[in-house]
Design a protein around this ligand. Structure first.
Ligand code: Q46
Ligand code: ZN
Ligand code: ZN
Length: 316
């Protein structure tokens, strides 16, 4: 049995990559302190910022909101209702969990419901547009990014925070390296500064392993939704997570080294040329005013307002 390094009591977690065992009390304390350090070290935000936390009802995003609240940051939540049922009433249940979480702590939650706002759920939008080969994830990502940025801008938030953990980030990096998606590599970063109407985006949990955020949520007694979105099953990212888990099993610390090594190479300019291209000029969408890479309507407005697309002018 492992003993807590700080007090000698029975440990509830052993983190092999840090060779650190901690009891419940000291683990909760350590987790909050580590988050505060990451926020400071990577200059994510300060107590003067108004932070909007994207909450899905899962363990990572609720744990993040909980920690920011404990640390005394001005952090409000944003829940986006996607209209996903998948036989388990996924969206309805996750909304209830998030609302209960906010209410218990007296926190401010903004709810944006996609079917109410745009007349269609995410799976319906994906079916209508035949995007994503039966999976609505690309439509979902596009809609979520748009809504997050719009809400942040409209309500004067200076930073958008998401609960992505190291397993998420390392899996995305792995997938992008395997296919050499250099544009994506240039843009992947736990801190994306604000630019041209895009609000600053940060991932304060990017150094935590998934089992660490899960342990925090459980030990803290946070009620979260255990089921993943039904469309997450079989996703490519899950395959890459499994491969990385095997590597980690044999060599503890592999994931962390892989991701931190990437950030270091990036800082040294490994992707500088592509970064410049990837960060080309942004234009305001002619319908919604949000930033987009090409002049005209943004991808979101093309998705949700197909019937208002300008009809071609007949030739004389
Ligand atoms: S919520 Fe949306 Fe994920 Fe569900 S539909 Fe796919 S992208 S899996 S984070
Ligand atoms: Zn202890
Ligand atoms: Zn638009």
């Amino acid at each position: 049995m492992k003993r807590c390094r700080k007090c000698g009591e029975r440990a509830v977690i052993y983190m092999r990559q840090h060779r650190l065992a901690l009891c419940k009390e000291h683990y909760l304390e350590w987790f909050v302190e580590q988050t505060a350090r990451t926020i400071r070290k990577y200059r994510m935000f300060t107590k003067h910022d108004r932070v909007l936390v994207a909450v899905s009802g899962g363990k990572d995003s609720l744990a993040l909101w909980d920690v920011l609240w404990r640390l005394g940051y001005q952090a409000d939540g944003l829940y986006i209702g996607l209209g996903i049922d998948g036989g388990i009433a996924y969206s309805d249940r996750s909304r209830e969990v998030v609302e209960a979480f906010a209410q218990e702590r007296g926190l401010h939650l903004i709810v944006e419901d996609v079917p109410t706002l745009y007349g269609e759920s995410i799976p319906e939008m994906a079916r209508r547009t035949h995007r994503g080969r039966g999976k609505p994830c690309s439509v979902c990502g596009l809609v979520k990014r748009h809504i997050m940025n719009r809400v942040a801008r409209d309500h004067g938030y200076t930073v958008l925070a998401t609960g992505h953990n190291l397993d998420d980030e390392a899996a995305v990096l792995f997938a992008n390296v395997m296919t050499w998606q250099v544009g994506y590599l240039a843009r992947q970063d736990p801190v994306l500064p604000a630019r041209d109407g895009l609000v600053k985006k940060v991932k304060p949990f990017f150094r935590f392993y998934e089992r660490e955020t899960a342990a925090y949520a459980l030990l803290r007694g946070i009620a979260y939704i255990y089921d993943e979105c039904p469309f997450a099953q079989g996703a490519r990212s899950i395959y890459f997570k499994e491969v990385l888990n095997r590597l980690e099993e044999e060599r503890p610390g592999t994931k962390l080294q892989f991701f931190l090594g990437f950030l270091k190479a990036k800082k040294q300019g490994a992707f500088a040329a592509i970064q410049e291209q990837a960060e080309g000029e942004l234009h305001a969408c002619e319908v919604c005013g949000q930033p987009t890479t090409a002049p005209g309507r943004c991808a979101f407005c093309r998705l949700v307002t197909p019937l208002t697309s300008p009809t071609p002018t007949p030739s004389p």
